[in-house]
Design a protein around this ligand. Structure first.
Ligand SMILES: Nc1ncnc2c1ncn2[C@@H]1O[C@H](COP(=O)(O)OP(=O)(O)OP(=O)(O)O)[C@@H](O)[C@H]1O
Length: 202
């Protein structure tokens, strides 16, 4: 099962092209880095990959098929800011269940405490919330994880804990991972290969 972006171009409405002709593949179990200057469209590309936005040109396929609608999306995205990715009116357990049945082992490995499940999002720190977003994204149906500056706001120990869990899962399940980060050292340490994202010349 391969994730493939083929000749993908994207712009918001009638605005300028952010990128065109982008070709990226991620194989099962592969860890790929994506870097590029600020504002060149990396986050927008991640949204296209994960189905939040439709490509204006080209296609995104998983296993050579277009991505399904109204089913669990096999490409899951974790953003930099967890508070933008969760419903403030839902208790944490409900947010977590969006990813499927709870996986106690996964919650423990991410350091999520039982007592946090019944809290509201505004009763948790940013780092605690991000652990929930990672846990939700690692539901059983996830085949590819897109990590967009996923651990940028976390301390070094929490970063290491989260990446350990993600990389173990990538190995165990054959989950492909795309890591978007400005941290060259992180990318070098974790990725099998790195793609430089160039601004559109359109
Ligand atoms: N919903 C939107 N509507 C219109 N323009 C947008 C929208 N979201 C982002 N943009 C614009 O698209 C451009 C690319 O933004 P994007 O967040 O994809 O870049 P990025 O490479 O991820 O940046 P950074 O590295 O700073 O996070 C920016 O100029 C931004 O202002």
């Amino acid at each position: 099962m391969q994730l493939e972006a083929k000749d993908v171009g994207f712009r918001y409405g009638n605005g300028p092209w952010l990128f065109r002709g982008v070709n990226v593949t991620v194989e099962p179990g592969e860890i790929v880095g994506l870097t590029g200057p600020s504002g060149c469209g990396k986050t927008s590309f991640c949204k296209v990959l994960a189905g939040y936005e439709k490509p204006v040109e080209g296609s995104i396929t998983v296993n050579h098929s277009l991505l399904p609608k109204n089913v669990y999306h096999p490409v899951q995205l974790v953003f930099q800011h967890p508070e933008k990715a969760i419903n403030p009116r839902w208790k944490m357990i409900k947010t977590l269940r969006e990813g499927g049945p709870l996986d106690q082992e996964l919650l423990e490995s991410l350091g999520i405490e039982r007592e946090w499940l019944t809290r509201w999002p505004n009763e948790l720190s940013g780092g605690e919330l991000q652990r929930f977003c990672v846990a939700r994204a690692l539901g059983k149906g996830t085949r590819f994880l897109i990590a967009d500056e996923m651990t940028t706001m976390l301390d070094a120990i929490t970063q290491a804990q989260i990446w350990h869990v993600v990389l173990e899962m990538a190995k165990k399940r054959g989950m492909g991972v795309l890591i978007v980060s400005h941290e060259a050292k992180l990318i070098q340490r974790l990725c099998h290969r790195v793609i430089e994202f160039h601004p559109a010349n359109a």
